[in-house]
Ligand binder design. Structure first.
Ligand code: 3PG
Length: 211
């Protein structure tokens, strides 16, 4: 089971993962280009709006340098749909046996969500070494990250939830933090106004704080 692609780490280089709610598919490609211009090569497009799936499809087709992933994946059917749309990986706010099996069946790299030691154990027992800690700040923030590093030093985290340019560096300095995620890079008003230079500026600022 551990040889499945579902357990492999997604192939992007950024240590900052924008978590995005796209409400209009026409935003997708210019947003991907704006993030790339700012130095970010990954996007988590959530399935919280019907435009999310076609947005994934549009970016996968038109912006090959972008590693487009699907977020808010909650049901096995979501894995099937995002894989068909061209998502290169999927993330979930949680973990379930059905989701893990669907990712294995689809051969789609998958990052399950955890918030407790029991959920970390579950992820490890399935063969995952990278998990999304969600919601990170609400779960205890940096203190939680440091506490998990004791028993789970071999587990890499992507804290998400409450992360911003103010606190991202303290997370990224932790040895068990591979990357951080959050919505602050793609504010809804910037997307609605098609203010792509602002997105590029936010991305470039995050990249400079993450290196
Ligand atoms: C997510 O789904 O990962 C979160 O909603 C992102 O949390 P944030 O809005 O606090 O960054």
């Amino acid at each position: 089971m551990t040889s499945s692609k579902a357990f492999s780490r997604p192939g992007f280089t950024s240590r900052v993962v924008p978590v995005i709610v796209i409400t209009d598919v026409s935003q997708a490609v210019p947003l991907a280009q704006a993030l790339l211009e700012g130095g970010i090569d990954v996007m988590e497009i959530t399935l919280r709006h019907p435009a999310g799936l076609p947005a994934i499809e549009a970016i996968a087709r038109a912006v090959p340098r972008m590693h487009v992933g699907a977020g808010t994946v909650r049901q096995p059917e979501d894995i099937v749909r995002v894989a068909a749309a061209g998502a290169q990986f999927a993330l979930s706010p949680g973990i379930s046996d059905a989701l893990v099996q669907a990712a294995i069946d689809a051969q789609l790299p998958f990052v399950p969500g955890v918030m407790t030691p029991a959920e970390v154990l579950s992820a490890q027992s399935h063969g995952f070494s990278l998990v999304k800690l969600f919601p990170a700040e609400q779960a205890g923030g940096l203190g939680m990250v440091k506490a998990l590093a004791g028993p789970f030093a071999d587990m890499q985290l992507c804290p998400t939830g409450g992360i911003s340019s103010d606190n991202m560096q303290s997370y990224l300095r932790q040895p068990n933090v591979a990357m951080v995620g959050g919505s602050w890079l793609t504010p809804a008003d910037a997307l609605a106004a098609a203010d792509w230079p602002r997105v590029t500026r936010l991305a470039a600022q995050a990249v400079s704080l993450s290196t």
